[in-house]
Design a protein around this ligand. Structure first.
Ligand code: 4AD
Ligand code: MG
Length: 477
């Protein structure tokens, strides 16, 4: 007899009467009903024990969190809430769980508490649902690109370049920390680093992806990226996953079309394929909404929010138009924005992004043609000489979810832009080579994977959508 998963038992028309299953006990009621979960689905299977047939010492070990092995007959259930159940004929406890010390009790735990127990939190309904959705979303992302002729490219994790030019990097060194080589001034000599130059963890695979776009045509990366920004917000991590498509012969308009089509596809995929987990998270979110003051409650369910994105066009607005809107708007009756935008050229803060998406347009927004001086050096300068072909996609409840651009393909212009912010040409000689040999229009974007998972699951803190969050406070596991 082959062991089945709970998901298989509950969804397949199993003609077996005798079944075997392994999982972790969620609850054990009345010395009779075990709710067993094995992670394959949000649902538990009920295992019914005839306590007279089993040793009391064995029954005592069936505690929340214990791993057990059950053999029994699959029968139609008399009880409410499940179609089938297992009448247990044989039962082994594989791994005990001390009820006095097991942290995950069958009650509501706070997300803060569960973050401290990140190694066990996927044994709860909420976190198992979130992580199954995260897995499914990854698959949908690969599927989209594979179905559309993109090649998956593995960008390096350790790199000598700062793709965003923002200096938010974690240094990587193989030098002996206790006894580092020193230069004439007595400072650590990083030129003696293992790679003969300064290296860091990548902030983005974009520059390397550009080299592949300029040979394979359509590529994407999907890997971990790192930012040494000391921000304690609910939307920032020091280690996050990014999806970065890069396409040769594509301009900014093509980039917007690609991003919109891609986001709609992956969200539709989840709506079709992950109904049970979505239903659970939807209900969780509605309960959470009920605890908020009336005027702050969302009138849409999670599934309505997702369907809204898949069914409506994203609004495309230039930075200049957005600034005009913001200057004239009052975010609410009493308050002004914390940070008031007076001048063209200022960077938008998250309060402005949220206002545009949630109050003004009430749909996903693509902002484009930003001032050159607030965006990265590699973006294509427009003919006006002051804006670049950048785009940010803003989502309701999330803010910026995608950042992208058409890339500067003209050698001389790129050199000037690098010189203006003191990036030495030697550092990016290979990147400049792409503009020397067969240069062409090309574009791409980066989607912050965790921000997408937040949107799809309705979770409000980014620490709760990645298995082991790396933030200034959490790096323990
Ligand atoms: O806007 P960003 O910095 O763009 C880039 O890195 C480009 N090189 C991408 C490209 O064009 N290939 O980052 C892209 C996205 C953001 O829109 C956001 O969703 C996410 O990455 N992101 C973060 N997510 C979590 N924690 C952080 N600290 C993040 N920083 C950026
Ligand atoms: Mg950005």
């Amino acid at each position: 007899m082959k062991s089945k998963t709970v998901s298989e038992l509950l969804t397949q028309n199993i003609s077996l009467t005798e079944v075997e299953i392994k999982g972790w006990v969620r609850t054990f009621r009345a010395n009779r009903f075990i709710a067993l979960n094995d992670g394959s689905t949000i649902n538990n299977i009920q295992c019914v024990v005839d306590f007279e047939k089993f040793d009391e010492s064995l029954l005592k070990k069936i505690n929340t969190g214990a791993a057990i092995h059950v053999i029994g007959n699959l029968v139609e259930s008399q009880g409410k809430g499940q179609n089938v159940e297992i009448q247990v004929t044989d039962l082994k406890v594989l791994g005990e769980s001390d009820p006095e010390t097991y942290p995950i009790q069958p009650k509501k735990h706070s997300f803060e508490f569960l973050r401290e127990n990140a190694h066990l939190r996927t044994r709860t309904n909420t976190f198992s649902a979130v992580m199954r959705l995260r897995s499914s979303l990854s698959f949908a992302i690969h599927k989209y690109f594979n179905d559309n002729g993109f090649f998956y490219m593995h960008a390096p994790i350790i790199t000598g370049s700062d793709a965003e030019g923002a200096g938010e990097m974690f240094r990587v060194t193989s030098l002996d920390a206790k006894n580092p080589p020193l230069n004439d001034q007595g400072h650590i000599d990083y030129s003696k680093d293992f790679f003969g130059k300064e290296t860091n963890l990548t902030v983005s695979g974009q520059l390397e992806a550009e080299t592949y776009a300029m040979s394979l045509g359509k590529v994407y990366t999907f890997g971990p990226t790192f930012r040494a920004e000391n921000s304690n917000t609910s939307r920032h991590l020091a280690e996050f996953w990014m999806i970065e498509p890069e396409v040769a012969f594509m301009d900014l308009a093509g980039n917007m079309d690609l991003a919109e089509d891609f986001l709609k596809f992956v969200i539709s995929y989840i709506l079709t394929n992950n109904k049970e987990d979505l239903d659970f998270l939807d209900k969780r979110l509605q309960d959470e909404e009920k605890s908020k003051p009336q005027d702050q409650r969302s009138d849409m369910t999670l599934k309505e929010k997702l369907s809204f994105v898949t069914e409506n066009n994203f609004k495309r607005v230039s930075y200049t138009e957005a600034i005009d809107i913001l200057r004239e708007s009052k975010p609410n009756k009493k308050k002004k924005f914390k940070y008031i935008i007076n001048e063209w050229g200022a960077d938008l803060q998250s309060e402005h992004e949220r206002y545009l998406v949630e109050k003004h347009f009430k749909c996903p927004v693509i902002l484009f043609d930003y001032p050159a001086n607030i965006k990265a050096f590699y973006m294509r300068l427009n003919d006006d000489g002051k804006t670049v072909r950048a785009m940010d996609i803003l989502f309701p409840g999330i803010g910026e979810i995608v950042g992208g651009a058409q890339r500067e393909e003209r050698l001389e212009v790129l050199k000037q832009k690098m010189a203006a912010i003191n990036i030495p040409e030697e550092d990016l000689w290979w990147y400049l080579d792409l503009r020397k040999f067969g240069t062409a229009t090309h574009a791409g974007f980066g989607l912050g994977f965790e921000r997408l998972v937040m949107f799809v699951t309705g979770m409000s803190n980014i620490r709760d959508v990645i298995p082991f969050p790396r933030t200034p406070q959490n790096a323990e596991f």
